[in-house]
Design a protein around this ligand. Structure first.
Ligand code: ADP
Ligand code: MG
Length: 247
């Protein structure tokens, strides 16, 4: 059974004017798979991810996680947003703790779990720092640790490195792959940067605006990791995704 199943998903926003974000979207994500969703701004990536998270209802169709229909946010799914979504008045440790099912719990297990997550994202030593004392990359590491706190089956990430400078971004990508390997999580990662998708994903799902129903393509990357951006096979995959977007 697939970890995530998306069936005939459609979203129409009703306002003064109806906006169809997408329709007839179908895909599966296997357990432990790293899938990137790419497409231009406005093509519906955030909407799709918010429906997977249970923050938004589809107009029609359904999402199943481990066979269960998604109707609301749940601890089987963790989300990392593009904007830093940390609580500014909480320390790193308190922000991560807030991701736990029972944030107020001070038992040894919960405390050890929080310490382990801070270590996993490379922030040991910063437990008592406040978000304003952290760089953008560090804040997103905290957001990843917080999303992992309940040990979700699926990690959903919406352009998490979008506001981060290129060098830090490459380092965060490497760290995320390391976390993925160590935790075995299923990841759905949204980006509009094609090389980022090719660097990370097992498979890239391509969304276009106004391309009619469904996803435009699903492209298997099939390259060993770590991947080199100068490898001809890498640039060939980037070109393949770009072709779909430009056609
Ligand atoms: P992306 O993340 O790919 O940039 P979005 O999912 O944010 O795309 O948006 C897809 C489309 O849906 C856009 O046309 C956007 O204007 C519209 N949209 C997104 N959120 C809302 C909303 N809350 N109300 C109305 N329209 C929305
Ligand atoms: Mg978006």
């Amino acid at each position: 059974m697939s970890r995530v199943r998306v069936r005939d998903l459609e979203k129409v926003y009703d306002g003064t004017q109806e906006i169809q974000a997408f329709s007839a979207v179908n895909f599966d994500v296997e357990s432990g798979e790293f899938v990137c969703l790419v497409g231009p701004s406005g093509c519906g990536k955030t909407t799709l991810l918010r429906i997977l998270a249970g923050f938004e209802e589809p107009t029609s169709g359904e999402v199943l996680v481990d066979g269960e229909p998604v109707e609301e946010p749940g601890i089987d799914r963790g989300m990392v947003f593009q904007e830093y979504s940390l609580f500014p008045w909480r320390t790193v440790e308190e922000n991560v703790r807030f991701g736990l099912d029972r944030p107020a719990c001070e038992c040894a297990d919960c405390t050890a779990r929080v310490a382990g997550l801070i270590d996993l994202v490379g922030l040991d030593g910063f437990e008592t720092a406040y978000p304003k004392e952290l760089s953008g990359g560090m804040k997103q590491r905290v957001a990843v640790a917080r999303a992992l706190a309940v040990d979700p089956a699926v990690l959903l990430m919406d352009e998490p490195f979008g506001s981060i400078d290129a060098r830090t971004r490459n380092r965060l990508q490497t760290e995320l792959l390391d976390i993925w390997r160590r935790t075995g999580k299923t990841i759905v990662f949204v980006t509009h940067e094609i090389p980022e998708a090719v660097a990370l994903a097992d498979r890239v799902l391509v969304m276009r605006r106004d391309s009619g129903p469904g996803l435009a393509a699903s492209i298997d990357i099939e390259l060993e990791r770590p991947r080199s951006r100068t490898d001809p096979a890498f640039t060939e995959r980037v070109a393949a995704v770009r072709n779909v977007l430009d056609s």
